[in-house]
Design a protein around this ligand. Structure first.
Ligand SMILES: [Zn+2]
Length: 961
């Protein structure tokens, strides 16, 4: 499934770090699930987010009920049968075929299910365990040697059956042992249709033409929710075939993984849908939809039917998705030489969906924003996310669906692979989007940030996880990108073909993938070289310095990179359950160029058992290592080399690729913030930007300069920052203009530059984008704003406008039925400069009739990024303690959000006083208070330590005309 491809507004990329967890602002809006899971994991702002999304990592035992009289409650001393205590199913019974019928009750939102499982008993046993969570059995399960359970079959007497909630098991104990052989077990049950976003769940949306509220049903069964729909062997390795009959009221239609065979009317205003039998597959890939959607249809070259389904009013915005899905299916068929094995492939835009997309075999489901594309309403960030999300799900048709990970701790073999392959593949269809460059922005950088703090190995021990997180997806994808580059495209692709062929309709673990690669790639052992990247967490900091004994040489060193520079990087963190298998050393593919020959990439292997690596580095030249940031590591140099690089860029920045320039900026700013290099190093690098008009370097520079701006807000140094940033932006604003022309990547560059320039006060930017905004305000039909400029135009309209402009955008937020339009409006609403509007917005955010309560927290977070809003948010929280206490039962999380960007002693004293005046004793209160105070202290310290340096440097580099 996908939960990444972060659409990122650039202020939003001020990643906020708390306890080593990064949640960018946009994460809080569109990826709240990801952050929520991370936050809940460490017990931070639990309770704040439960209204938005239901997060269940383990089945909730209280929902498991049954009505059978034979059940005996499990005792505190342990389960009734020893097999129940093992969280993994015994290997005595394997599923072969499921034949089930689900009868939907759309009034009471429940299903009546009958499920017959053909099982293979592989060693004699009298106990059958299946997964079942929240299912109410209507009768005792039956076991027989024939699927009909009639008089011709031998029925086996059931001695006991019941629920063992702890492991979501349903156990069926027989009076006598079953000999090795094939049997059938039948369950008759009722299951509730959930109100959350997991399992089989209901959602509602407003129909465009008559504003009727319409119900629909969708499913999300990964990782372990199939057991909420039917009793099953709910582990990925226990693959089987499935045959479904679905009965629904005749005013709805339904879809399933396989094509419809027969639809027949029933007496009670219901229709019965009989679907074809699946291929051998895992339970988590089953999918169900019940709705009234319409579709567009295409065919691949091999005549596979591809459809994109959506509610009627956005149906015309599904053609981009159809193009991506069709082309990408053909791409993978050609690349892998294995045809897509199903007769159909449906993609459905679901109005309420937990992740961005889910690769159910034959029936992919998406959150609407990640599949619906409209030139005027969709930002380029979302366009990119749509392309990579759909491609990600299609890559899973092979990686995940055809070959599945044996257990969840090897999740990265499908998710990391799909993350890498989605950019790799979609880049061929949409070359002007430069998706392989964006990979470093959307994936690699996030991986580097998270993996240097709270992390876990890509393959954790089986008792941990599954982790649907940045490590599995972004780091996982980056490691596959690194392997791909190291072994070469041909060998990499050949390995994948062998892997898919060898394990089709089966499962594999990382070792098996690497073994196939090793066999395919002659004379290179993939495991030996790359294992430490997979089985230990973290990544190396590579340092390149001049060899004191050789003026034409350099010395390369490695040590684990930790964002907390006080921690010892070479030992295990005592609070982490993960122990390193490699002593935090890695085999590192080193690549570099020197100014002697900047077009020829030099390569060397830095092996983990060697203390350092000597390389050739001609005297009086600069060096740049980790070419195109292919390696999953950071590189530091001595100050003279940083300076030489900065000078080289000012002379001719085409000497390095955009990827290289962006990685230099990112590494240098990271190191400076950690006191590993002087701030001169990154700041000098930014000087050349007055000649830059490309997206990637600007994106990285703006991200880091905005962070500095945020730190300086409210201080006397703030104006110096603004003047310098405006100065380097001006030539790019003048060159790129505000007309929506050029390729997608050129449009992204324009949007990136304008967003910073307008907010910092560039006159041309403000005049031109305001004009666009006011024309739109006057006549939104005739003066539409292209998606690529929509956010900057809305934001400028709000920043430099009055109540009238804010209300106009707020009205769009309130009334639009299009999620992307709503999120652009919601984004812009956070940037008024008038304190009156900000205070009114804060009141709106706590009034459920004005702002959807699920957005309350996001409003507060967004407003802290508004230089005027920051103090007002804190004041509002301070003065409305009762409201927050009443709603969230604790003020600590909101205080943390509202105050953690404050940077003055005056505010710190206020926060401390607040904690005194409103004592709390909840489980996380003390920790939250300490964290909040530490954050403000760190801001004050930062300002004291660097403020003057920044100011002096900016002043020296501001040109007076
Ligand atoms: Zn995925």
């Amino acid at each position: 499934m996908s939960e990444k491809n972060h659409p990122s507004y650039h202020e939003n990329d001020h990643a906020e770090k708390q306890n080593g967890i990064y949640c960018s602002l946009v994460n809080l809006v569109t990826f709240i699930a990801v952050c929520v899971i991370l936050i809940v994991t460490v017990g931070l702002i639990t309770g704040l987010i439960s209204h938005r999304i239901i997060v269940k990592s383990t089945p909730i035992s209280s929902t498991v009920r049954h009505t059978t009289p034979t059940m005996i409650p499990t005792t505190l001393t342990g389960p009734k049968y020893s097999q129940l205590s093992n969280p993994r199913l015994p290997n005595t019974v394997r599923p072969l075929n499921y034949t089930f019928q689900l009868d939907f009750d759309m009034n009471q939102f429940k299903i009546n299910g009958i499920n017959v499982i053909e099982i293979n008993v592989t060693s004699t046993t009298n106990i059958i365990l299946v997964h079942a969570d929240g299912l109410t059995m209507l009768a005792a399960p039956q076991v027989a040697n024939h699927a009909n359970f009639n008089t011709n079959s031998t029925n086996f007497a059931v001695a006991d059956h019941g629920t063992y909630a702890k492991n979501s098991y349903y156990y069926v104990v027989l009076r006598e042992n079953l000999a090795i052989g094939v049997y059938y077990i039948k369950f008759n049950y009722v299951a509730a249709i959930s109100s959350g976003l997991f399992g089989l769940y209901k959602y509602q949306y407003t129909r465009a033409f008559d504003h009727e509220v319409i119900w629909g049903i969708a499913s999300q069964l990964e990782a372990s929710y199939a057991r909420q729909v039917l009793p099953c062997f709910d582990e990925p390795a226990l693959k089987a075939r499935f045959t479904a009959t679905i009965i629904i009221p005749n005013n709805y239609t339904t879809r399933w993984n396989m094509p419809l065979l027969k639809k027949e009317a029933m007496a009670n205003n219901k229709n019965r849908y009989q679907f074809g039998t699946t291929l051998v597959m895992s339970t988590y890939l089953l999918a169900f939809t019940v709705d009234n959607f319409d579709f567009v249809e295409g065919r691949t070259a091999r005549n596979t039917r591809i459809r994109v389904y959506a509610r009627e009013s956005v149906k015309n915005d599904t053609y981009f998705a159809l193009g991506v899905a069709t082309n990408m299916t053909e791409f993978f068929e050609n690349l892998l030489a294995i045809p897509y094995p199903l007769p159909k492939q449906d993609h459905v835009a679901i109005p309420a969906f937990s992740f961005t997309g889910m690769e159910n075999w034959g029936l992919c489901l998406y959150r609407e924003q990640f599949i619906i594309y409209n030139y005027y309403l969709t930002t380029l960030t979302f366009k990119r996310a749509i392309a990579t999300t759909i491609t990600n799900e299609i890559a899973h048709m092979w990686f995940g669906n055809l070959v599945t990970m044996t257990f969840w701790n090897h999740l990265w073999t499908k998710e990391g692979m799909a993350t890498f392959l989605s950019s790799y593949a979609a880049n061929t269809y949409l070359p002007s989007m430069k998706l392989m460059e964006f990979f470093t922005v959307d994936e690699l950088r996030n991986g580097l940030v998270v993996d240097s703090s709270a992390s876990h190995p890509l393959v954790p021990p089986a008792q941990y996880g599954p982790f649907f997180d940045v490590i599995t997806y972004s780091k996982g994808g980056s490691i596959f990108r690194m392997i791909h580059n190291y072994v070469g495209n041909d060998d990499f692709v050949a390995s994948l073909k062998h892997y898919l062929t060898k394990f089709s309709y089966k499962t594999a673990i990382t070792e098996q993938l690497f073994a196939v690669m090793t066999t395919t790639i002659n004379k290179f052992n993939v495991s030996n070289y790359f294992d430490c990247w997979v089985y230990q967490m973290g990544y190396p900091l590579v340092t390149v310095t001049r060899d004191s004994s050789n003026t034409n040489g350099g010395i390369v060193n490695q040590a684990r990179y930790l964002s907390n520079t006080n921690a010892n990087p070479s030992v295990d963190n005592p609070t982490s359950p993960y122990k390193s298998t490699c002593g935090y050393k890695w085999n590192i593919p080193i690549t570099y160029v020197t100014s002697n020959n900047p077009t020829t990439t030099m390569k060397a292997n830095f092996y983990k058992n060697t203390s350092n690596l000597q390389i050739s580095w001609p005297n009086n030249t600069w060096i740049k290592a980790n070419i195109d940031q292919i390696g999953f590591y950071r590189v530091n140099y001595d100050l003279s080399n940083w300076d030489a690089l900065a000078t080289a860029l000012q002379i001719d920045h085409s000497v390095l690729s955009n990827l290289d320039i962006a990685s230099l900026l990112d590494d240098a700013f990271q190191f400076a913030a950690n006191d590993m290099v002087d701030y001169m190093a990154p700041l000098n690098l930014t000087k050349y930007l007055s000649k830059e008009i490309d997206f990637l370097p600007w994106h990285m520079a703006n991200k880091h300069l905005d962070t500095i701006g945020g730190r300086l807000t409210g201080s006397s140094y703030y104006q110096d920052y603004i003047q310098y940033h405006l100065q380097i932006l001006k030539p790019a604003v003048d060159t790129l203009g505000v007309i929506d022309i050029g390729t997608d990547i050129e449009k992204e560059a324009r949007s990136e530059v304008l967003k910073s320039a307008c907010t910092l006060g560039n006159t041309a930017c403000i005049v031109n984008t305001s004009r666009m905004f006011y024309a739109y305000m006057q006549d939104p039909i005739r003066n539409k704003i292209p998606g690529s400029l929509r956010e900057v135009a809305f934001r400028t309209g709000i920043e430099y406008g009055s109540v009238q402009e804010w209300d106009f955008v707020y009205n769009i937020y309130r009334t639009t039925l299009i999620p992307t339009e709503r999120s652009s409006a919601f984004y812009a609403m956070s940037f008024p400069r008038d304190p009156y509007i900000i205070n009114r917005y804060l009141q709106f955010a706590t009034d459920p009739t004005k702002i959807d309560p699920s957005n309350t927290m996001t409003v507060f977070v967004f407003l802290t990024f508004n230089p005027v809003g920051r103090d007002l948010v804190w004041e509002y929280v301070r003065q409305n303690t009762g409201y927050f206490m009443n709603r969230f039962k604790s003020t600590r999380p909101i205080v943390n959000i509202a105050s953690r960007r404050l940077n003055s002693q005056f505010r710190l004293n206020q926060v401390k006083q607040f904690f005194k005046d409103h004592p709390e004793s909840g489980p996380n209160a003390a920790a939250s208070e300490a964290q909040t105070i530490a954050a403000i202290n760190a801001n004050i310290k930062y300002l004291n330590k660097y403020g003057k340096t920044f100011s002096t440097w900016f002043k020296q580099n501001i040109k007076m005309d």
